[in-house]
Design a protein around this ligand. Sequence first.
Ligand SMILES: Cc1cc2nc3c(=O)[nH]c(=O)nc-3n(C[C@H](O)[C@H](O)[C@H](O)COP(=O)(O)OP(=O)(O)OC[C@H]3O[C@@H](n4cnc5c(N)ncnc54)[C@H](O)[C@@H]3O)c2cc1C
Length: 474
Amino acid sequence: MRLASIAVLGGGPGGLYAARLLKLGHPDAQVDVYEQGVPDKTFGFGVGLATRTQRNLHGADSASFQAIADAAYPYEMSMQVDGHVALLPHGNLVAIARTTLLAVLRASAEQAGIRLHFGARRDVRAIDADLIVAADGAGSGTRETFAASFCPVIKTGAGLYLWCGTDFALPTALFTSVTTEHGTFVAHAYPYAPERSTFLVETDEITWRNAGFDITTEQVQPADSDEASLRYLERAFARALDGHRLIGNRTRWLRFRTVKCGSWHRGNIVLLGDAAHTAHYSIGSGTKLAMEDVIALDIAVHEAADLEGALADCEARRRPAVAHLQEVAHRSEMWWESFPERLHMPVAQLMLAYLTRAGKIDIEQVARNAPALARRSLADFAGVEARVVPESDLTEWILGQPVTHEGVTHPRRTAHDELRDAATTETLDIDYESAWGPQADALVDAPPDANTLWLTGSPDRAALRRRRVARARH
Ligand SMILES: Cc1cc2nc3c(=O)[nH]c(=O)nc-3n(C[C@H](O)[C@H](O)[C@H](O)COP(=O)(O)OP(=O)(O)OC[C@H]3O[C@@H](n4cnc5c(N)ncnc54)[C@H](O)[C@@H]3O)c2cc1C
């Protein structure tokens, strides 16, 4: 297929990378990127890139990947609870400042002969090109303009988060929490440069209001940061920050918006990256998704006979992967929103819960990569010495351990069919959106009057996880 002109709306990672790959595939095409901001004035701090993403970027365009890799910062992961620190198993993790990533992608785009236009907001309806790539971010104007075609569904998370940075490189990526007189705050932080770390703080609505942050959020101007919140969090996380400051960059409390769309293309316009879909930041995948969309678009445009076929093919290729990641991200979001409920757990146990939170990694995988951590955490779950934990078949073993709940000891953690069929058991068909949502809360707060509740529903993995109302009442 021949494309004479390609226009890209948005100069974020998705837009710049799309311009580069499409220009390499269509050297004769005129490629223009329209970005409302000006270079180096972008929001944000660091962006993490996991091993597989690095592989995908390398496979698609080794030159731009090498430039990214040269500017990236490798790091380890750890979790800290009450001064106890445990290292997490992981692949080859790197992070890069968002400003650096964009500078590298801008330079790669320019080298490929792309025209970059900064400083003016554009309306997609005023752009004329054979192919228009709308990479205009989570608040995409293109998506809203053609909402009837793209059919967006946007869900706002219950919790609040604040994205800021620090002026030193943490020794490892860190997950930690603090409880103040107002409630619990959780931080995810990771280094991305020799003197910089991303520091992301989450809390629940009640804590946020108790601390008066509903008021500071209202008062802060769009171009400013919520300094009152930053100073408060600096004090609260003084130990993790080792006396360093928190730095804002248009930093304010926000609620995460999960974007899904019924369609990602309309005529010659294709949505990609955050404009088409977002995934909760706790799995650190927004940039990866945007750049992997670009790789799929580039392949589809190369292979298909016409543009309509290419855009349909690109969407068909990407839908399953994006849906899977959004599901994983949703479970991770639920886990973090309910994090304060697990604060009583010892650090190793909490770490295992964290690693297996989204269902991507199971206990056996953790045991293969970090046997000591798996043994310690399973010993904590079972309330036994670590030396008692066997070498293999750990899932079976932990399910076979007794558990005491509200004064009643059960000989194992799985129930037998006879229990399901007992006269005192009530069966409930559950299809909740979340095991931590209002419907699940209502069930936990006022369960039906029966000795045993047997929760059933769809056997698929996602539904099974949403049914984990077994968190119940401790
Ligand atoms: C708190 C937080 C933490 C995150 N952490 C990570 C992480 O660790 N790893 C990760 O991979 N991702 C992370 N992300 C997500 C990541 O920032 C985004 O997913 C990623 O930037 C998406 O890239 P994009 O190109 O689709 O959109 P964006 O980066 O949002 O770029 C869109 C661009 O379009 C421009 N634009 C919009 N409208 C117009 C217009 N009408 N005219 C001209 N220009 C326009 C905007 O100015 C912007 O530059 C995080 C996000 C949040 C909120």
